[in-house]
Write a protein that binds this ligand. Structure first.
Ligand SMILES: Cc1cc2nc3c(=O)[nH]c(=O)nc-3n(C[C@H](O)[C@H](O)[C@H](O)COP(=O)(O)OP(=O)(O)OC[C@H]3O[C@@H](n4cnc5c(N)ncnc54)[C@H](O)[C@@H]3O)c2cc1C
Length: 575
């Protein structure tokens, strides 16, 4: 059996930042980072626009309090305010720390870190490295993993959390290269496994964002929090869904409909294109529904609106958002200097996740904690984003709560022993599970079942939701789940069996999908990204609460947990 003091599953920003903190706090600890991709291929590398912190380099009137207020208002008052206080207070410090590690941020003329405008933020506080911020930060963090002697298990797939009597003891995983199966035990296990964008058919997320960590947690009998809050990013490039960063609007681009109108004037007159994402995504969907979207030939009534950069000029476009220009040019042949880009909302971010306290320790219920189990980053819900995340607050969450969770793990393992595990039992069960997937005499192909599932999630639980639609959706997902038990895999081998990985990932997506839809069906109000056509108002009396969803084969049990309010009383949210 493999063993380390600490196991971190996930080599993105949250997992890498936690590993660095553990090594800095106690260099004698043995740390393993496990990732199904190479760590620098984690989705964090694709982050474009930036990371928020009230450094006041551009806007001296900014403060952590202003950042906290914007975050809480953006969350539609569902964020836990103690967590938001930590996020925004520690932000300047973590950004400076990244700079000291060597991250190449874009600069002002006087050499200080540059800061740009972002949706829902009342001050220019987003620090960036052109439009490749995630790339700049992740590369430096992964360099540091090497420097600190962290053991990297790249291209290992974690299948199961070993949880016994409310204590996390290790994980079961296999090496993608040759199928070798191993149990790894540790004094503490941390999940930093990212989001689940692939549960939907149009997403900005990479192919590996399949919600594995969430599904594994739910299958171990632990709750998932606020799963109904799924973020649509307003500007996914049509038709591919690839992200055009909010930085483009931060730098001054317009949203226009097929009539050439800047329609945001009708939805958020004070913030226009820089309204929060939930409001902007709904505005675009409403324009399209009203027939003011465009077709590729420019005629009205089509499925997308435009993001117009033309007035910004070539020089600004090429120096501030060169990657976005290149994406549109390479993927759909649009030269954004001369023509507007076709865009529509695309699934982008998971506000909910594995419930944790502000030290990153996982909650077993509304008031209990799991021993030895921690989580941070997009897979966790601490909850700083509540019902709607502001752009550039996610990289920040990964770094602030990655660091805090790392520090608390280093303290936690001090007086703990390695747990004992019946290794053979877990290996035998996992081998049986894989064997039956490989051998089942099925009739469906994996991509067909996955497509059907992704279409169902998009059609029945999209930007606008209602009871009838979601009930149909749940039935549909159950039918698809039945088909999953009859999938047929061509590849029966153990060397780089990507088809098998896809089958396991689809299982994760289907668990996550059911948690999203059931949580959404139970929340009979509209709040942030969760917009119900049958309950159009926010209902603080009943639903100023976090959803805690418990998965079991028999069905999903929904409970609620109170929101922590310390600074800002809930108000109507207007922009
Ligand atoms: C295109 C795009 C642009 C973005 N731009 C911004 C931005 O400008 N600013 C901002 O604040 N946020 C942005 N975001 C959001 C932000 O990038 C992510 O929320 C954040 O990077 C997530 O980091 P993470 O460490 O939680 O997970 P990830 O970076 O997704 O890493 C997950 C890790 O878990 C591993 N893993 C998962 N499952 C398994 C398994 N079963 N076994 C082993 N390993 C596993 C993966 O291999 C990977 O290493 C953007 C997101 C996207 C998609």
């Amino acid at each position: 059996m493999l063993e380390h003091d600490v196991i971190i599953v996930g080599g993105g920003l949250a997992g890498s930042r936690a590993a660095v903190e553990i090594a800095r706090t106690n260099p004698s600890l043995s740390i393993a980072v496990i990732a199904k991709t190479h760590p620098i291929r984690s989705h964090s590398v694709a982050a474009q626009g930036g990371i928020a912190a009230s450094l006041k380099n551009v806007d001296s009137a900014d403060s952590w309090q202003a950042h906290a207020f914007d975050t809480v208002k953006g969350s539609d008052y569902l964020a836990d305010q103690d967590a938001v206080e930590i996020l925004t207070k520690e932000a300047p410090d973590v950004v400076i720390d990244l700079e000291h590690m060597g991250v190449l941020f874009s600069r002002l003329d006087d050499g200080r870190i540059a800061q740009r405008a972002f949706g829902g933020h009342s001050h220019n506080r987003t620090c960036y490295a052109a439009d490749k911020t995630g790339h700049a930060i992740l590369h430096e963090l992964v360099n540091n993993l090497r420097r600190y002697g962290v053991h990297i298990y790249d291209e290992w797939y974690v299948m199961r959390l070993i949880l016994e009597e409310n204590q996390a003891k290790g994980v079961l995983m296999f090496r993608i290269l040759d199928g070798q199966m191993e149990v790894m035990r540790a004094k503490a296990v941390m999940f930093a496994t990212g989001g689940y964008g692939r549960a939907f058919n149009t997403t900005s997320n990479d192919y590996a964002s399949t919600g594995d960590g969430l599904a594994i947690t739910a299958l171990a009998g632990l709750p998932l929090e606020d799963m109904e809050f799924v973020q649509f990013h307003p500007t996914g490039l049509y038709p591919v869904g690839v992200l055009i960063s909010e930085a483009v609007r931060g730098e001054g681009a317009y949203l226009i409909n097929c009539e050439g109108d800047r329609f945001m004037a009708n939805y958020a007159p004070s913030r226009m294109e820089l309204a929060p994402r939930d409001i902007t995504s709904r505005a675009i969907t409403r324009e399209v529904r009203a027939g003011r979207g465009a077709h590729r030939d420019g005629s009205p009534g089509g499925p997308f609106v435009y993001l117009d950069l033309r007035h910004m000029g070539k020089e600004k476009i090429m120096s501030r958002v060169p990657f976005c220009w290149e994406e549109a040019h390479r993927l759909i042949g649009v030269d954004a200097v001369k023509e507007p880009m076709p865009i529509r909302p695309t699934i982008h971010y998971s506000m909910g996740g594995i419930p944790v306290n502000t030290d990153g320790q996982v909650r077993s219920s509304g008031d209990g904690l799991v021993e030895g189990f921690f989580a941070a980053g997009e897979s966790a819900c601490v909850s700083v984003h509540g019902a709607n995340r502001l752009g550039s607050n996610s990289l920040l969450e990964c770094v602030v709560f990655g660091r805090r969770t790392g520090a608390s793990i280093a303290r936690y393992v001090e007086n703990r022993k390695l747990p004992s595990i019946d290794e053979q039992r877990y290996i035998k069960e996992a081998k049986q599970q894989i064997q039956s997937l490989l051998e089942q005499p099925g009739e469906y192909r994996i991509n067909q079942v996955r497509q059907e599932f992704q279409d169902a999630m998009t059609d029945y639980c999209g930007v606008f939701r209602n009871e009838e639609l979601m009930k149909q959706g749940l039935e549909k997902v159950q039918q698809i789940q039945h088909k999953y038990s009859q999938i047929y895999l061509d590849d029966k081998g153990s060397c780089w069996n990507t088809e098998l990985i896809e089958a396991l990932e689809l299982r994760s997506l289907m668990v996550v999908g059911q948690m999203i839809m059931t949580s959404a069906l139970n929340r009979q109000e509209s709040r942030g990204a969760h917009c119900r056509e049958d309950y159009t108002e926010r209902d603080d009396e009943k639903y100023l609460q976090h959803t805690m969803a418990y998965y079991s084969a028999a069905g999903i049990d929904i409970q609620y947990r109170p929101v922590t309010i310390t600074m800002f009383e809930p108000k109507e949210r207007k922009y």
